[in-house]
Structures are given as structure tokens and as C-alpha cells.
Design a binder for this molecule. Structure first.
Ligand code: ADP
Length: 398
């Protein structure tokens, strides 16, 4: 098989590598987890068992092992025509995807202070790919780029202005590729032009964020300087009162502890004291487990509050769109959330909600709903593949 696009998504301790054909059909997708730890592993569909990782079992070794398995399985018989990398932070430098060269690499490095767990591993992914495919064009697709159209009143925090001027402290927003895809896909399903379509896009996975998109451009979003702000997430708190920092000093919780607690031990997991997994929580709540029910209630209420907050940035709303593992699959979360928004005029048709809008081009709203409500599956890897193909110019050169 030839003519493929490779997508590389390096998380802080994980790696996803996906392969697409030029029509953007996904051919395969491999995963490596717990990288850098003793029990690191990688798995590729079609290869039985885990693939052994050489050396320290880091991102580089995992990438090499996965590519070599793709080759063994005849999935990659020649170098990819383009390679797309998910890069978490593009700061204020990148407003769109960029063809990777030395300047782009340097700029990604300069943004690392804003995403210390992610940008350095993203660069490792780029290096590892360059070693194996030195001739293939590589494109960086930034989580933050889509949100660079935020107006000043939405991106500034009310802290001393020098924090922004001297250190770049502002709202950047994340999940940009997914929200951008929602805007394009919603427009297509509604028979509209993306540049004339306004939506609220709720990406609800392990990480959750919501974005107001006005005429195809991001104008407000819930994640901020870091992906910790905003909605309740699997293990992240989302919004809290910054006064908590002072209060916890009296409880001898250090800044380091607090970072861990807010990122890894809060959200659905923290409230339920059981799990960060919405599917399990739903089952537990149904069986009468009160803390799981509480976690779901807080999750849905915060989301509803944010949906109304996003309306402050729009003058019309073509659709409210749900996506991500929870947004796509949990009829219960959608109905609970919108039950808080009756005053705003949102109403869901229960039967469409149960079938996830699959038979109605994503639509799940009731006839008398003031706004359309849609469920659209996201595929961040596919968007990255598409951007890699366009930005690399690989098609034009052929
Ligand atoms: P990530 O952000 O890691 O890509 P996903 O988008 O896969 O995460 O979303 C994971 C979340 O989706 C988990 O909380 C999981 O429980 C939830 N989820 C997946 N399927 C269902 C389902 N059928 N019902 C409810 N929640 C679901």
C-alpha cells in the first residue's frame, strides 16, 4: 500500500499513530501508553499482543516500534506523502497549521513554557518522524490555533495587564481541531457555508471544552491559559475559586500537590470518589450510588451554565453541537444538561436523542425547540490528516 498520510499525536505519556489514505479514510490506528514507565507498551491492530519497546520505552522508541510493525503488516510500504503532528500549544504565534521547518520547531520550543508536559513531547515526535522519514513534509496542527480569533474581551483575564504583556498570560483555548471540525461539519449538515454558520460546540471527552463559533470563527471558549479551566472533566476540576489556593495553605497542601489534585484527582473522579468514566458513573447512578449521581449533576449543570454563557458572544445560533465520547454517546447527559436551559428555549426529542441523531443528520431537537441541537462524531486524527495534506502541498506536487 502506498500514498498514505501519517498522523502523530504525542500526549504527555501516550502516543497515537494513525494512517489515512488520500481520501481521508482511516487505515489503522496504533496506541502506546504509560510511556517512560516500566510497564510501557504499544499495540497495533492486526498484531497479536503488545509490541516490545526498546531502550527507555519513551515516545521515540514507541514511534519506531509502531512504524516497524506497520511495515511488517504491509500497511506502510513507502514513506507517507504527508505527516501531521498534533501540537498542543502554538501560543500567539500560530493562527493555523504550519509546515514544519527550523523556524517552526524553534517557535514550538518557545511555546513550551505554556505547555511543559506537551510541547516537548510533541517535538520528540517530530524528531523521531524526521529520523525515519527525512523527505516527507511534516505539518504541525495546533490545538490553540483555531482560538486565535478570540476578541480581546474574551481572552484577557482581569489580572495585572503586565501578566499578559510580559508573560503571555491569557485565554488560549484548546481542542481547536475538534471545534473547527464541528463548525465545518455542522455547516455541511445544515446546508450552509461555514463562514456564515454560528454554533456552540461542546466537546465532551476525558477533557471537556465548549466554544462559541460566530460565522466560522472562535469567539469564546471555556479552556484558558491551560486546559484546566472551564467545564467539569474526567479528572480535572474546571473552574474553581482562586481563593482555594490561600485556603489550602492552611491545610498544608503544597502548590505541587494542588496541581496534581486539580488535574488528576478532581472532576467526575473527585466528586464520585469512584471513577472518571461517564459510562460507569451512569451505571452506578442508576443503581442508586449517590456520589455518582452528584458528579453527573454537577457536570451537567456546569455545562448548561457555560452553554448560556457562550450565547453572550453570538447574535444568532444555528445549532448547539455535542461531540466527544460523552457528547456523542450519553443521551442522559444531553437531556439532563438541556433540562436546565428550558428558559433559553432548548428542547430535545427523546427518541432522536436515544438514537444519537444518526437518522436525522445529527439533529436531536424537538419540533418546538428554539434552537437546533445536533450530535456530530469528532475525529481529531482525520482533521489533522486533512490539514497535513492541505498545508504540506503534497497534493499540488503530485
Ligand atoms: P478522550 O478525551 O480521551 O479522547 P473520549 O472522547 O474517548 O476521551 O471520551 C471518553 C469519555 O466518554 C469517558 O468518560 C467514557 O465513559 C465516555 N463514554 C464513551 N462511551 C460512552 C457511552 N456509551 N455512554 C456514556 N459515556 C460514554
Amino acid at each position: 500500500m502506498s500514498d498514505t498520510i501519517l498522523v502523530v499525536n504525542c500526549g504527555s505519556s501516550s502516543l497515537k499513530v494513525a494512517l489515512f489514505d488520500l481520501n481521508l479514510n482511516q487505515l489503522t490506528s496504533a496506541l502506546a501508553e504509560r510511556l517512560g514507565k516500566q510497564d510501557a507498551f504499544a499495540s497495533v491492530p492486526g498484531y497479536s499482543g503488545d509490541i516490545p519497546l526498546a531502550g527507555e520505552g519513551g515516545h521515540r522508541e514507541a514511534f519506531q516500534a509502531i512504524v516497524s510493525t506497520f511495515r511488517d503488516l504491509n500497511l506502510l510500504t513507502s514513506p507517507p506523502v504527508a505527516i501531521g503532528h498534533r501540537v498542543v500549544h502554538g501560543g500567539e504565534t500560530f493562527r493555523e497549521a504550519a509546515l514544519i521547518n527550523d523556524d517552526v520547531r524553534r517557535a514550538i520550543e518557545e511555546c513550551a513554557g505554556l505547555a511543559p508536559l506537551h510541547n516537548p513531547v510533541n517535538l520528540t515526535g517530530i524528531e523521531a518522524t524526521t529520523e525515519l522519514f527525512p523527505e516527507a513534509p511534516q505539518v504541525a496542527v495546533f490545538d490553540t490555533a483555531f482560538h486565535q480569533t478570540l476578541p480581546r474581551h474574551a481572552y484577557l483575564y482581569a489580572v495585572p495587564y503586565r501578566f499578559y504583556r510580559d508573560w503571555g498570560v491569557r485565554r488560549y483555548g484548546f481542542h481547536g481541531t475538534s471545534h473547527n471540525f464541528m463548525a465545518t461539519e455542522a455547516a455541511r449538515l445544515l446546508g450552509k457555508v461555514p463562514g456564515e454558520t454560528s454554533i456552540i460546540s461542546a466537546h465532551l471527552g476525558n477533557g471537556c471544552s465548549i466554544t462559541a463559533i460566530r460565522d466560522g470563527r472562535s469567539v469564546d471558549t471555556s479552556m484558558g491559559l491551560t486546559p484546566l479551566e472551564g467545564l467539569v472533566m474526567g479528572t480535572r476540576s474546571g473552574d474553581i475559586d482562586p481563593g482555594l489556593f490561600d485556603f489550602l495553605k492552611t491545610k498544608e497542601i503544597s502548590a505541587e500537590d494542588l496541581h496534581r489534585i486539580l488535574n488528576n484527582e478532581s472532576g467526575l473522579l473527585g466528586l464520585s470518589e469512584k471513577t472518571n468514566d461517564m459510562r460507569t458513573l451512569s451505571e452506578l447512578a442508576e443503581q442508586g450510588h449517590e456520589p455518582s449521581l452528584v458528579a453527573i449533576e454537577v457536570f451537567c449543570f456546569r455545562l448548561a451554565r457555560y452553554i448560556s454563557a457562550m450565547m453572550a458572544s453570538l447574535s444568532e445560533l444555528d445549532a448547539l453541537v455535542f461531540t466527544g465520547g460523552i457528547g456523542e454517546n450519553s443521551a442522559m447527559v444531553r437531556i439532563r444538561t438541556l433540562s436546565h436551559l428550558k428558559l433559553a428555549g432548548f428542547a430535545i426529542e427523546p427518541s432522536l436523542n436515544q438514537q444519537h441523531g444518526k437518522q436525522t443528520n445529527g439533529r436531536i431537537d424537538r419540533e418546538d425547540s428554539r434552537f437546533k441541537v445536533m450530535v456530530i462524531p469528532t475525529n481529531e486524527e482525520r482533521v489533522i490528516a486533512s490539514e497535513a495534506l492541505q498545508t504540506s502541498g503534497a497534493i499540488r506536487q503530485r
